[in-house]
Structures are given as structure tokens and as C-alpha cells.
Design a protein around this ligand. Structure first.
Ligand SMILES: Cc1cc2nc3c(=O)[nH]c(=O)nc-3n(C[C@H](O)[C@H](O)[C@H](O)COP(=O)(O)OP(=O)(O)OC[C@H]3O[C@@H](n4cnc5c(N)ncnc54)[C@H](O)[C@@H]3O)c2cc1C
Length: 387
């Protein structure tokens, strides 16, 4: 078994370090405080060729895989920058478009998206369906002209108003009329400024540059060119995007965990209150050492999941375990680090407590850890379905 990554992959993992020389955590927090999308940083990432990491070269991308996308995302998060829009945009939507789009769609959207000229959000969640995606009510009804009229609503959609397009998961057949409950889903590429699309922001208590939105669709007219993949088979496409989302969600947590621990180690080696630095106390060392171990184990599992994904092998077990382990390890790492800082940990100047809401979010979104436990229990271990 070979755990080494090649020179190019190493360079990709270290990219975050060079990016953070210009766009560091302080820059990211300044934008988060005013909910401003970090446009300059995003454009730099585009110029450096990383937005299209998973997009084939023929469509303006780098033609690399999930492992490189993971290394890129983790490397940025290692510097304290959790760019959520990279998960939904650069990874989920662009790779899904590359995989399932027609050549016309790929040529139309992907080169522009790789250059950072257009952005996508991904809209699945609905208030009434919640975690139970099968129950979504957003419906696209066929029209006599061969198109569709889309009506319904979505909630907690990251970066929706700032995006040019939303990849919307809708039903083209209502649940009550389907043979199998996963039938009847279709994905649509919906221009966010189209007639009939309205949005309202949802204030959340986490410092993020990206805003979250409710989206309302009222008879939005869509043509065949807006359909992604096969009509009625959208659930399979959606499924294809979930493992990458889990792997990248994990990468954000392991990166932020490392960032918090690096800060804690520097502080604990320096701070003296009795005899010698506080970092010598086992009461501080052991939680940090435990968190470090769990972060690195989660990171390893995420790499395995990404590697399997790139080999075209099933990676549901590994992707789910990586997300579960990483979110828990990230929370422990931030908490252990916070304790080292004493009162200073809660100040804006040191910014350690500010890391907590983000890692805690990952226990709930993009998928709650209870559903991950359910998946592992049922699909990996063979226990009965609990819900
Ligand atoms: C900041 C943020 C950004 C987001 N971005 C996006 C986005 O870009 N696109 C998008 O589509 N969605 C997005 N979401 C939505 C997110 O994916 C959902 O909030 C999440 O999947 C949970 O769904 P819910 O909020 O409806 O919770 P509910 O479905 O109401 O569940 C509530 C709780 O019940 C428990 N639970 C539910 N079902 C089960 C079960 N079967 N077994 C055990 N426990 C269970 C879990 O603990 C869960 O946390 C975002 C959410 C947030 C907060």
C-alpha cells in the first residue's frame, strides 16, 4: 500500500499556504463579518486554475480528480479558510455538470465557471421535507412547448443570490405517482435572475462570507436546455454528488482542526503562568494529542474515499465515515485549542472561539451525523433501517 502523494498533489496541498500570504484568515473574517463574498480570493483561485480542478481540460479545467480537490480544499482550510462555496460550486455542481451535462451545456457553462466568471449554487433542501429529500415538493410541470414550469421553494441555499445559476433538484413526477420513491427526480440548471425566482436571506449565527437563502420558484419557465441529465433519473445524479460533498466537508473540518491546533501549540509553548509554559501540562497536551490523532485519522479516511472515487469504485462507506470522523475531530480540536487560550480564546483578537460555529455546523450540514450513523449501520454493517 502506497500512502505517498506525488509532487503535483503535494503542490496542490500546499497551495493554501501561498494563497494565505495574500488572502489570510483575517481577510476571510473581514468578509464574513459583512457577509461579503471574498471575490478577490475566489478570482485568484480561478486564475491559479483550481476552480476547475475536477473539470476535464477540454472544458477549461485541470482534468484532475477528487483526491486533488480534497488536497486543495484541505490545504486552504489548514490556513483557517473554510470556503463553503467551493464545496457546492467548484466540486458538486461543476463536476456533476462535467459528468452529466450535454456537450453544449459543458461548453456553455464550464469554461466560464472555471474562470470564475459565473457561479453555481446547489439547491436540494426544502423546509417541509428537511433531511427526507424523497419528500421534496418542488415540481416541474411539462408545458405544451416541450419545456417545464418550475414551482416550489428551497431553503438554506448557500450563496444563492450571488450565484448566476442554481442546480435545482425537483420532481417531474409527484411522489404519489412514482413506482419507486427515488423515481421522478430531475435536475435543472436555473438562472437565478429568471422571471419567477425570488429570494430571501436567512440570517445565521455563524460568521460566513456566504449568505444563506430561501428561494421561491413561481412557474419559472425552463427549456430542454435547462435539464441536466435524464428526466426522472435525477436521483442518481444527486447521489453522485453526495460522496464528494461528504469528502470535502470532511476536508474543511480536518483543515480547520489543524489550524486551531497549530495556533494552540504556538500559544501553549509560549504562555507561562506558573513554572514553565502551559503546554507542558498534560491536562492541555492530552486533549490536543487526542484531537490531533483523530484529525489525522479522519484525513486519511477522506483520502481513501477520494482515491476510491477516482478509481470509479464504491466509496459511500469511506466518504460517510470520513465526514463523521472529521466533523467530530474538528470540534474536539477547536475545543481543545480553545482551552489552551484561557480567556484569550474568546476574544476577536485571537479568534479561536470564532472557529467553533463552523466546525459545529458540519455535525448538522450538509448532512446531519445521525443520518451518517444510519448509513453506516444500515449499508455498511447490515443492521435494519431505523427510519
Ligand atoms: C449554513 C447552512 C448551509 C446550507 N447550505 C445548503 C445548500 O447550499 N444547499 C442545500 O440544499 N441545503 C443546504 N443546507 C441545508 C442542510 O443540508 C440541512 O439543514 C440539513 O441537511 C438538515 O436538514 P434540516 O435542517 O431540514 O433538519 P431536519 O430534517 O429537520 O432534521 C433535524 C434533526 O433531526 C435529526 N434527524 C433527522 N432525520 C433523522 C433520522 N432519520 N435519524 C436520526 N436523526 C434524524 C438530525 O439530528 C437533524 O439534525 C444548509 C444548511 C445550513 C445551516
Amino acid at each position: 500500500m502506497d500512502f505517498t502523494i506525488n509532487e503535483e498533489q503535494q503542490m496542490i496541498h500546499e497551495y493554501g499556504k501561498s494563497l494565505s500570504k495574500t488572502y489570510d484568515r483575517a481577510y476571510w473574517m473581514e468578509n464574513a463579518a459583512i457577509h461579503r463574498f471574498p471575490e478577490e480570493m475566489y478570482q485568484q483561485v480561478a486564475t491559479d486554475g483550481f476552480l476547475g480542478t475536477m473539470v476535464p481540460e477540454a472544458f477549461g479545467g485541470a482534468g484532475l480528480g477528487m483526491l486533488e480537490m480534497l488536497l486543495f480544499q484541505e490545504g486552504i482550510a489548514n490556513e483557517g479558510i473554510p470556503l463553503l462555496s467551493l464545496v457546492v460550486g467548484a466540486c458538486m455542481t461543476m463536476s456533476v455538470l462535467a459528468e452529466h451535462g450535454t456537450d453544449k451545456q459543458r461548453n456553455h457553462y464550464l469554461p466560464a465557471a472555471c474562470k470564475g466568471d459565473i457561479r453555481f449554487c446547489f439547491a436540494i433542501t426544502e423546509a417541509d421535507a428537511g433531511t427526507n429529500t424523497i419528500n421534496i415538493g418542488t415540481l416541474a410541470k411539462p408545458t405544451a412547448q416541450g419545456g417545464f414550469k418550475l414551482s416550489g421553494n428551497k431553503t438554506y441555499i448557500t450563496d444563492a443570490a450571488e450565484s448566476d445559476y442554481a442546480l435545482v433538484v425537483a420532481r417531474t413526477t409527484p411522489l404519489s405517482e412514482t413506482k419507486r420513491k427515488t423515481d421522478g427526480f430531475t435536475l435543472f440548471i436555473v438562472p437565478t435572475k429568471a422571471k419567477g425566482v425570488e429570494m430571501q436571506s436567512i440570517p445565521v449565527s455563524i460568521a460566513l462570507p456566504e449568505l444563506q437563502y430561501q428561494i421561491f420558484f413561481d412557474e419559472v419557465e425552463l427549456g430542454p436546455e435547462n435539464i441536466l441529465g435524464e428526466i426522472g433519473k435525477g436521483f442518481n445524479i444527486l447521489f453522485d454528488s453526495l460522496n464528494p460533498e461528504r469528502i470535502l466537508g470532511g476536508a474543511i473540518c480536518t483543515g480547520i482542526g489543524r489550524f486551531a491546533m497549530d495556533k494552540a501549540v504556538a500559544y501553549a509553548n509560549d504562555r507561562v503562568v506558573f513554572n514553565g509554559p502551559i503546554g507542558a501540562y498534560q491536562a492541555l497536551q492530552h486533549p490536543l494529542a487526542k484531537a490531533k490523532t483523530e484529525v489525522e485519522m479522519a484525513s486519511l479516511m477522506a483520502r481513501k474515499a477520494a482515491w476510491l472515487f477516482d478509481q470509479g469504485k464504491p466509496c459511500g462507506a469511506e466518504a460517510n465515515m470520513a465526514k463523521l470522523a472529521a466533523s467530530e475531530a474538528g470540534i474536539k480540536a477547536v475545543d481543545a485549542s480553545l482551552q489552551c487560550f484561557g480567556g484569550n480564546g474568546f476574544t476577536k483578537e485571537y479568534g479561536i472561539f470564532d472557529l467553533y460555529p463552523l466546525v459545529r455546523l458540519t455535525k448538522t450540514a450538509p448532512i446531519n451525523n445521525e443520518m451518517i450513523h444510519n448509513y453506516i449501520a444500515e449499508h455498511v454493517m447490515g443492521l435494519p433501517r431505523s427510519y
